[in-house]
Design a protein around this ligand. Structure first.
Ligand code: AMP
Length: 499
């Protein structure tokens, strides 16, 4: 079944309902959104000669016309390749070469790739002509690819997780089952639609709710107030860096909080110290955490609002909750054996959300999809109530003198020091120990390595304490806000002296 059916049906059911809002204006009703997606899809097939299965890349910032283009691709059976708008032109070109996209739709504010024909989204809209009423979407099989979801490449080269229509449908149904009343609020887009934002957009479309973009894509006090007043109550997805920014009442005013039904957050670890402040400001009932990855799009485990009321007070890591509806999540040892509660192993996933494989990359597919399960590369353990705690990514694990050190645990401890605004810990090769932990610190106020060392010795086993501190103005992050530990490892291997 074609994912575009979700829009087609919402438009038949609720044609006049606002589908897309921009600032405080309605840009598309559901009938208009479906009509536009159908017209663009027809144009791509008839005038541009794209055939079912062909790839179409999106080098687009969030705009009210993003969802029309995404659904238009599916309408004609094409495979969408949404690209992180913060990538460099050359990175767009790499993804276009990898995916074999025939055409790229762009927004005027980005530097367009030069290796493929490009079409500005506004030109595409006018070339597609009057929207009229929507034709039924093309017939596609459940195993046909729908979305090549390029991984953020924090641990290596970006790979295209091939998401089929079955995958997108399963992720959407799981969200509808797990979001409760949050699925009935408008969805405000603060993060790129090429990632989780777009996936939640499908859920909102399936439910016939309004997707709202802050005016001109700018996230500031004025645009947030405008969008929430016009379209509240809203939900929105935030990565942990955005969550932190929302703690600032100058950006997100107190009076707006009642207009927030739920904040979906995830995509990277949220430290307990940050979460405590977020819970204090917004209330546990407004929070829902998702753990997922492109390979099982946004859908592995979730932490419900009620579970946010139980924050650990003793330096333990926060759980990422229990398995999402329709998804099987297990923790396995090195030979694939199931591990009992409390033991740390690799998180593996089974279910209809799990990608078909990496696009044109059988080798990476073989290592990641084994024994019918997705090997996430994340390490964690289950408690007796089926709640998962992630300890770290396998690739970030530090092995020192034969003992495992999880950087995440050290980062959590460092962040409890009032002078530490941000912390990232990586391993440095060491002739005697194998590896030793090294910390990168963004200081909030002046602090010395000796003070931080004393702080860690108070909280952590001695062998886990960082042996070097590097004070930096900011941590390197990718376009989705994830800390690039590969970049930090590169820096220390270049023998920058400690400070
Ligand atoms: P991506 O495929 O780019 O979305 O990256 C997925 C990875 O981000 C996962 O494998 C995790 O390592 C991390 N991640 C995603 N959500 C969470 C979360 N809620 N808590 C901790 N880590 C997360």
């Amino acid at each position: 079944m074609n994912t575009a059916i979700l829009l087609y049906q919402s438009a038949l059911r609720e044609p006049d309902r606002p589908a897309i809002g921009h600032g405080d204006e309605v840009v598309y009703t559901y009938a208009e959104l479906a009509g536009t997606a159908s017209a663009i899809g027809r144009y791509l097939a008839r005038e541009r000669g794209l055939r079912p299965g062909d790839r179409i890349a999106l080098a687009m910032n969030n705009t009210p016309h993003y969802l029309p283009v995404l659904f238009a691709a599916w309408w004609s059976g094409l495979v969408a390749v949404p690209m992180n708008p913060r990538l460099h032109r050359r990175e767009f070109e790499q993804l276009i070469a990898d995916s074999g996209a025939e055409l790229c739709v762009t927004t005027a504010d980005l530097t367009a790739p030069e290796t493929v024909p490009c079409l500005d989204v506004m030109e595409l809209r006018s070339a597609a002509g009057e929207a009229g009423s929507a034709q039924p979407p093309a017939l596609v099989g459940p195993e046909d690819p729908a979305w090549l979801f390029y991984t953020s490449g924090t641990t290596g080269r970006s790979k295209g997780a091939t998401l089929t229509h079955r995958n997108l449908m399963a992720a959407t149904l799981s969200a509808l089952a797990d979001l409760g009343d949050a699925a009935d609020a408008s969805l405000l887009h603060l993060t790129p639609m090429s990632h989780a934002g777009g996936l939640f957009g499908i859920v909102s479309v399936a439910r016939g709710r309004t997707n709202v973009l802050p005016r001109d894509g700018a996230v500031n006090a004025r645009t947030l107030a405008e969008a929430l007043t016009a379209f509240g109550p809203v939900t929105f997805f935030a990565v942990p860096t955005i969550l932190r920014r929302l703690l600032d009442p100058e950006l997100f005013a107190d009076e707006l909080i009642p207009q927030v039904r739920r904040i979906f957050y995830g995509g990277a670890p949220t430290y307990v110290d940050d979460l405590r402040r977020v819970v204090a400001r917004f209330g546990a009932q407004r929070l829902w955490q998702a753990f997922g990855q492109g390979e099982s799009p946004c859908t592995i485990t979730h932490l419900t609002p009620d579970e946010h009321a139980e924050l650990p007070s003793d330096g333990r890591l926060m759980t990422v909750g229990h398995a999402r509806t329709g998804v099987q999540v297990d923790v396995v040892g090195p030979s694939g054996e199931f591990l009992p509660h409390g033991e740390v192993g690799e998180v593996v996933v089974r279910g209809d959300t799990v990608m078909a494989g990496y696009w044109r990359n059988p080798e990476a597919t073989r290592t990641t999809l084994r024994d019918g399960r997705l090997h996430t590369g994340d390490l964690g353990w289950f408690d007796s109530r089926g709640r998962l705690t992630l300890v770290d990514r396998a690739k970030d694990l530090i092995i020192s003198g034969g003992s495992n050190i999880y950087p995440r645990e050290i980062e959590e401890s460092l962040l409890t020091h009032p002078a530490v605004a941000e912390a990232a810990v990586v391993g440095r090769a060491d002739a005697e120990w194998g590896e030793l932990p090294v910390a990168f610190i963004v200081p909030a106020t002046a602090v010395t390595p000796a003070e931080l060392d004393a702080h860690c010795l108070d909280r952590l086993a001695r062998y886990k304490r960082p042996r070097e501190y590097h004070f930096v103005a900011e941590l390197p992050r990718n376009g989705y806000g994830k800390v690039l530990k590969t970049e930090l490892r590169k820096r220390i291997s270049l023998q920058e002296g400690p400070q």
